[in-house]
Design a protein around this ligand. Structure first.
Ligand SMILES: CCCCCC/C=C/CC(=O)SCCNC(=O)CCNC(=O)[C@H](O)C(C)(C)COP(=O)(O)OP(=O)(O)OC[C@H]1O[C@@H](n2cnc3c(N)ncnc32)[C@H](O)[C@@H]1OP(=O)(O)O
Length: 263
């Protein structure tokens, strides 16, 4: 993968006081430890500055995020893998449990961890095109953690979530719209951001504390479940990584990605 030039995330506040958090790890925004750390710091910044809302997007022209960086899981240094996983848990807790308004302008593919980040927001607008979104973990021979599943069940009906998770279903933009995995489609990134802003403006006349507490109460179940089981969840992840069959599946998947990229 190409070397990183420039900061891994850009956090700006626009004229309406809305924070725009742009992931910037070319070529595909795969979530490695460093990118997750930077996303986590930006989310802290948004919370600390009491910014009322945040839009999550990507600097790539065709990928929102390719999900977890598979190289963090393939034959890993186990100490780093543990920090990687707890950082991912932190990012999810901060984003899913945030009190400010969140929306994702999904300007490209959003598989696995990319889908998770967008589902952790309250509203999703995806750019039209040949892009797909979904949790495809079973296709890699791995199992999405319970909190990934909880996040999907919080977004689409549980029957659809079970079917999508077990079949590693990647939804087209139209399919995602139909099932409710995204809320709107957009012609391009600017349109996606505009539509996210329109969603955010819906709260202009709603008292912010009432809105925030309502959001946090409705999201409490999945959050408490992970918070109570963090150590076990991390142990399970590390256990998976030590399993030779999982490593074999990851190796085959990496090879297939490299072959596809070389074509
Ligand atoms: C193990 C225990 C349980 C763990 C539970 C956690 C579960 C996992 C959640 C995850 O997020 S796993 C990651 C799943 N992600 C994917 O399956 C996506 C794979 N990528 C793609 O499908 C495509 O890259 C794309 C996102 C559709 C973009 O396609 P595009 O044609 O634009 O780019 P490519 O040519 O395919 O890729 C460019 C370059 O990036 C490398 N790469 C792609 N995705 C990843 C990734 N997730 N991690 C690391 N590297 C990735 C790809 O190999 C190419 O590399 P080079 O050949 O240029 O070196």
């Amino acid at each position: 993968m190409a070397a990183q030039a420039g900061p891994l995330v850009d956090l700006s506040i626009d004229n309406d006081g809305i924070a725009i958090l742009t992931m910037n790890r070319p070529p595909v925004n795969s979530l490695n430890l460093e990118l997750l750390e930077e996303i986590g710091k930006s989310l802290d910044e948004v919370a600390k500055n009491k910014t009322k809302s945040m839009i999550l997007t990507s600097s790539s022209p065709s990928v929102f995020s390719a999900g977890l960086d598979i190289m963090e899981m393939y034959k890993p240094d186990l100490k780093r893998a543990e920090i990687f996983w707890t950082t991912l848990q932190d990012v999810w807790i901060k984003l899913f449990g945030s009190s400010y308004i969140t929306a994702a302008a999904i300007n490209g593919h959003a598989p696995a961890g990319g889908c998770l980040l967008s589902m952790s927001c309250e509203y999703r607008v995806m750019v039209e095109g040949k892009y797909t979104i979904g949790l495809n973990e079973t296709a890699l021979g791995i199992v999405a953690p319970t909190w990934f599943m909880d996040t999907m069940c919080h977004t689409i009906p549980i029957r659809q979530a079970e079917y999508a998770l077990t079949t590693a279903r990647m939804f087209t933009v139209d399919e995602a719209l139909q099932v409710g995995l995204i809320d709107e489609s957009a012609s391009d990134k600017a349109d996606a951001i505009d539509k996210c802003k329109k969603f955010i403006r819906k709260f202009d006349k709603i008292p912010s504390l009432a809105r925030a507490v309502t959001k946090q109460k409705i999201r409490e179940g999945p959050l408490v479940r992970l918070q109570k089981n963090r150590q076990q969840d991390t142990a399970e992840f590390l256990g998976f990584l030590k399993n030779p069959k999982i490593q074999q599946s990851l190796e085959m998947y990496i090879q297939s990605l490299k072959q596809k990229a070389a074509k």
